[in-house]
Design a protein around this ligand. Structure first.
Ligand code: TXA
Ligand code: MG
Length: 341
């Protein structure tokens, strides 16, 4: 199969919708990362998404919608907490887990669970395609399972060439890490995956929320099935570096025989006099830009044969840094550079 690179012109969006209605897989842009779209009501189409990603079948997919009316096709009732979240955060980077009407969705989509994840992304091109197709589309990140999520159409092509019908190219995504996933079926709403919408923002709207780090009145926090797999991982080892350890880390890196990739914010790059070096990937000026540049940097070094190890800046903050540190921690299997001096 030849994978077509589509633009965001009206005729290309029309073509994308037709491909989806024909049961094909089309990668689509969102404000977080690119997703792999297919008709969520067609088992045959959804199976193609699992195959293209090489995704384990017990890991459920997000159902991506263009309106609240599309959610209503699958649930008997939208819970009040979900209504508040929708009013405040949709369209946007919040995925909401609800119970669905028995039989309304294939177990292939939901991994056999009684709940399903809904998301209405902010990208108007993708909203348009879903409206034209008049069907919600499944929307896992458009990477091969285990690899960093794609933040450009080129990343998608790298992983999906020949495996899917088309990719809608709308340039680099703004946010760069996936949506926050919140489960509203638990007694206290629970964040299963940190993302661009922070716990503080959620609490301002619905009061107390629980997360992996903060368990609230529940024996065990249910986790998103997808979070148990090794994730975001380049082939070479990744180590996290705490802000105060960079000086020692750079000295160590320079003693190695092979190239060490460095991913750090601009202030660290300037302080360590690394500006312009070809083994350096800038994470920009702070956590927000670091989120946007993290996956692209991991992919950049993964594709360079000379780089045998990657050191990446760890942010010691809350809020948006929760999403960043969560993804980085998985890429690094939780390992930090240890300053032995
Ligand atoms: O930003 C995003 O959310 C992107 C863009 C493309 O929309 N999509 C995305 O999908 O990240 P995916 O499949 O890579 O991640 C969805 C996560 C997985 O960890 C999955 O296990 C979890 O959500 N999930 C989906 N349905 C669930 C459910 N019913 N209960 C618990 N977790 C669920
Ligand atoms: Mg993913």
């Amino acid at each position: 199969m030849e994978t077509k690179m589509l633009s965001t012109s009206a005729s290309d969006l029309e073509l994308a919708a037709q491909l989806i209605n024909q049961g094909q897989v089309v990668a689509f842009p969102t404000e977080t990362v690119y997703g792999l779209g297919a008709d969520a009501t067609s088992e045959e189409a959804v199976k193609k998404v699992f195959a293209a990603k090489n995704r384990p079948s017990d890991n459920p997919l997000i159902v991506t919608v263009a309106s609240v009316a599309m959610v209503e096709r699958f649930v008997s009732e939208i819970p009040d907490i979900a209504k508040k979240l929708i009013a405040n955060f949709w369209p946007g980077s919040l995925t909401i887990i609800m119970r669905f009407k028995e039989g309304a969705l294939s177990p292939i989509v939901t991994g056999g669970l009684t709940t399903v994840a809904f998301r209405l992304p902010a990208n108007p091109m993708t909203q348009k395609v879903i409206e034209l197709a008049d069907t919600p589309i499944v929307g896992p990140s458009a990477n091969i399972s285990g690899k960093p999520s794609p933040t450009t159409a080129q990343h998608v092509l790298h992983d999906m060439q020949g495996k899917i019908a088309a990719i809608i190219n709308d340039g680099a995504t703004e946010i760069g890490v996936e949506s926050t996933v919140i489960d509203v079926t638990t007694p206290v709403p629970t964040i299963l995956r940190p993302g661009a919408v922070t716990p503080e923002q959620l609490e301002a709207v619905i009061g107390l929320v629980a997360s992996e780090k903060r368990k609230v009145g529940q024996k065990e926090t249910p986790k998103a099935p997808g979070m148990k797999y090794r994730h975001y991982a380049p082939d070479v080892p990744v180590y996290m570096v705490k802000p105060n350890d960079w000086k020692a880390a750079i000295i160590w890196a320079q003693q190695q025989l092979s190239t060490v990739g460095i991913m750090a914010p601009d202030d660290i790059i300037a302080a360590q006099q690394l500006k312009g070096m070809d083994f350096v990937w800038s994470l920009g000026s702070g956590v927000a830009t670091a989120n946007a540049k993290l996956f692209a940097g991991l992919r950049y070094f993964d594709n360079r044969d000379d780089v045998k190890l990657i050191l990446v800046h760890y942010f010691e903050q809350d809020g948006l840094a929760l999403a960043y540190d969560n993804r980085l921690g998985k890429a690094a299997s939780g390992q930090f550079f240890v300053n032995e001096n």
